[in-house]
Design a protein around this ligand. Structure first.
Ligand SMILES: Cc1cc2nc3c(=O)[nH]c(=O)nc-3n(C[C@H](O)[C@H](O)[C@H](O)COP(=O)(O)OP(=O)(O)OC[C@H]3O[C@@H](n4cnc5c(N)ncnc54)[C@H](O)[C@@H]3O)c2cc1C
Length: 397
């Protein structure tokens, strides 16, 4: 069986590995020039903590040992389902019996005036962080648009790399999808103190100004923030153009069933480009779980992918913040534990006697406990009074 993996991110690479281990003939085609690497560790390259080679997860020898034919800098430009072939951007033809889309996501580029100026960057790939690092050295002024997980991570790393960083965020507090206003305020204060980040929020961006290079970001209220570099971290979008052009069913992502099959039984989709039961993912754990399921499906095993609640942790050293499930749903009861002096804050959301969301700030050691409660749907009534104090207290009850 010849399997073509389209995309060599974590999902595509994991699936290729599992198939090759079992004797399938695997071609892994990746648009990026690099060997498969750990995307989630890009911030460490940006801050200067490690260099690019430290991120490579599968070097040439390992891929060869697995028997995977790896094609770097190879973008698949078209799929001919009837012929069972793919055409690369360079015009080569690859034949397949089964194909797996693992094309991931693209970072969103806001359509602002000036967005094409040199000095406007995204935060997604090795090429992006290399460009940022070149510009961040020497005390450059950087503006990061977007105070979500990735924006904050980029901002903190840029600051370590020597830039003076302003975060411009549309909402009134950072990470609004993962944090409530109280935890968001704690986070902004701590990032200001420990990483010298300046926050401008809530703020609407209107234009990027400059001539041959970025000079300033202009906000809707007329404020100008002078800068040498703008990083857009405003979200991701599943990369689905190729699949749509191939005639596959695409909604927000490429629609798959529990076995990761698309509407064409010979074609599967995994990772951030896939849409499973109406959901697309934006984290590596579900992407890898889908890769395992797809490999099993192709090997003729019966396995179903089951989504777990999304969890989010900010990767900025010295800052412990974690959340999972539903944050601030209007129809849930909230339990709050707050010790502002100690920098500790915890909020849990319950519906019908079950935990549906959790937010931990300052101490995240109990994260697995709350995640298990959410995933299992275990009733919390027997230990509700002690629930906010964590597993040691709740389970003792
Ligand atoms: C800076 C950063 C930090 C992150 N930190 C975390 C974290 O802490 N925890 C977490 O869970 N997640 C994190 N994420 C998200 C995580 O990286 C993704 O969930 C994960 O990479 C998804 O894997 P994937 O294989 O589905 O897609 P991707 O990693 O996007 O890989 C898809 C690959 O396919 C390639 N491709 C696209 N189209 C084609 C084509 N037509 N032909 C060939 N190749 C193609 C792309 O170039 C890309 O290399 C982070 C992401 C970034 C950018």
């Amino acid at each position: 069986m010849r399997v073509l993996l389209i995309g060599a991110g974590p999902a595509g690479t994991r699936c290729a590995e599992r198939l090759a281990e079992r004797g399938a003939q695997v071609v892994l085609a990746g648009a990026e020039p690099a060997l498969p690497y750990d995307r989630i560790a890009l911030g460490r390259v940006l801050s200067g903590e490690v260099e690019v080679p430290a991120l490579i997860t599968h070097d040439a020898a390992r891929l060869r040992g697995l028997g995977i034919r790896f094609l770097a800098a190879t973008r698949i430009a078209a799929i001919d389902r009837a012929a069972g072939t793919a055409t690369t951007a360079r015009g080569e033809t690859l034949a397949w019996d089964r194909a797996v889309f693992a094309t991931g996501s693209d970072a969103v580029r806001l359509r602002l005036p000036g967005v094409d100026l040199p000095g406007v960057l995204l935060y997604r790939s090795i090429a992006d962080v290399q460009a940022m690092r070149r510009m961040a050295a020497g005390g450059a002024r950087a503006v990061v648009i977007g105070g979500g997980l990735l924006g904050l991570e980029a901002a903190a790393a840029l600051s370590v790399a020597g830039a003076r960083v302003t975060v411009v965020h549309a909402l009134g507090w950072p990470m609004e999808r993962q944090l409530d206003p109280a935890a968001g305020a704690l986070l902004a204060r701590q990032l200001g103190a420990s990483r010298r980040l300046r926050f401008v929020m809530p703020a609407a961006t209107e234009a990027i100004e400059g001539d041959h290079h970025v000079r300033a970001l202009r906000l809707a209220d007329g404020t100008r923030i002078a800068c040498d570099l703008v990083v857009m971290a405003v979200g991701i979008r599943p990369s689905v153009v190729l699949a749509r052009e191939a005639g596959l069913e695409v909604n927000r992502g490429i629609v798959v069933d529990d076995a990761m099959r698309t509407n064409d039984q010979r074609i599967l989709a995994i990772g951030e480009c896939a849409e499973h039961r109406g959901q697309v993912c934006g984290l590596v754990a579900p992407a890898l779980a889908m890769a395992e399921t797809a490999a099993a499906t192709l090997l003729g095993e019966d396995r179903a992918y089951a989504a777990r609640p999304d969890t989010a942790a900010l990767k900025v050293s010295g800052i412990a913040v974690w959340s999972a499930g539903e944050i601030g749903p209007p129809d849930a009861e909230a339990v709050t534990l707050s010790d502002e002096e100690a920098g500790l804050y915890r909020r849990l959301w319950l519906r019908d006697g079950r935990l549906v969301g959790a937010l931990l700030y300052g101490d995240t050691a109990d994260a697995p406990f709350y995640l298990d409660l959410m995933a299992s749907g275990r009733p919390v009534a027997p230990f509700r009074a002690r629930l906010a104090f964590g597993s040691a207290f709740a389970e003792a009850a």
